[in-house]
Design a protein around this ligand. Structure first.
Ligand code: ATP
Length: 309
């Protein structure tokens, strides 16, 4: 196999507008087989629109897609048989049992996995006879993942799969997604949680206002910010002028949403300068943390905004 055959999906110049709203503005990217490819971006960035085009739910205005080795303007029914889709708001009939939901969806495909196998993969074996209405939010989402897996797809789309779930339920889902990747599946994920993108992704596209503004592995993207350490602390109210002395030892100093973020090329000097400044102003440095740059910092430095502002 040559290296090109490892590319499962290639997208070139994809555009989509809704009237005057230019949701997707000419994006291009490639997804390697057996990888987790993530589109990270804030609400309204164009993530769902992109996914819906790739899932064959929407037609693009322009652009070319090469999927499973075939070039196309629009995803075909045959391609859909090889995909699994976790929809953003998959509401199942509340009076169906868990097993019945999976059996129902298995009828839509030429090839389907045994329901018991899927139940096991999404850790719902003990809930096989439970009514959908009795499931917790996390269990309901695992059922939705089960539905996305029923046809044993090669390519799985997960559109904001953990939005609104508590940390435990989120981690349970992450484990299932990691197992999919271990099993050689290709996963395309959208999220506005940078921790999720960092924990799961091989490759991240950062999307904003319908365009891809940066891409790479989470490590590559963070490295793009240089070797600076990030110092962060809470400071609800402060005059911008009072922060000015911090710029002496910070290559960038941001004050947003009640937190100060300093990019510090020389950590020791920055820390001693910060402590003097805090003492002089009587500032408590609440929740002071020092860390390496993450994807949120990348987004902030590219757009001047936070992912969930
Ligand atoms: P979210 O995280 O909120 O789902 P997103 O990144 O997935 O956001 P999209 O849902 O693709 O973004 O929306 C991109 C832009 O297109 C937004 O401005 C949105 O309001 C608009 N949009 C999305 N769907 C439609 C539609 N059916 N009709 C009109 N405008 C739409």
């Amino acid at each position: 196999m040559d290296s090109l055959s490892e590319v499962l999906l290639s997208v070139q110049g994809l555009y989509k507008s809704y009237g005057s709203v230019r949701a997707v503005r000419g994006i291009s990217f490639r997804v390697q087989r057996a990888s987790v490819f993530t589109i990270l971006g804030p609400n309204g960035a164009g993530k769902t629109t992109t996914l819906e085009i790739l899932e064959g739910i929407r037609a693009a205005d322009a652009g070319e897609i090469e999927l499973f080795g075939h070039k196309t303007r629009r995803v075909t029914e045959r391609m859909k048989q090889r995909m699994g889709v976790l929809l953003q708001d998959g509401n199942f009939e509340p009076y169906l049992k868990v097993r019945e939901v999976l059996s129902l969806f298995s009828c839509f495909f030429e090839r389907a996995l045994p329901v018991d196998e899927v139940l096991e993969r999404v850790a719902l074996t003990s809930k096989t006879g439970a009514l959908v209405r009795t499931l917790s939010g996390g269990q309901r989402q695992r059922l939705a993942v089960g539905v996305a897996l029923i046809n044993d797809p090669e390519l799985i789309f997960l559109d904001e799969p953990t939005t609104g779930l508590d940390p435990q339920a989120r981690r349970n889902l992450w484990r299932i997604f990691q197992e999919l990747q271990d099993a050689g599946k290709t996963v395309i994920l959208t999220t506005h949680y940078m921790e999720e993108a960092e924990a799961l992704s091989d490759h991240v596209c950062i999307m904003d206002h319908g365009t891809i503004i940066a891409e790479g592995s989470p490590e590559e993207l963070a490295r793009g910010l240089g070797q600076d350490s990030i110092i962060e602390f809470e400071l609800p109210h402060m005059e911008a002028a009072a922060l000015a002395p911090l710029r002496e030892f910070g290559s960038a100093v941001e004050h947003r949403n009640g937190s100060v973020v300093i990019h510090a090329p020389k950590l020791t000097e920055a820390m001693s300068g910060l402590l003097s400044w805090a003492r002089a102003h009587g500032i408590a440095l609440t929740n002071l943390a020092v860390r390496q740059p993450n994807l949120e910092d990348v987004f902030l430095s590219l757009t001047g905004r936070r992912l969930r502002e």
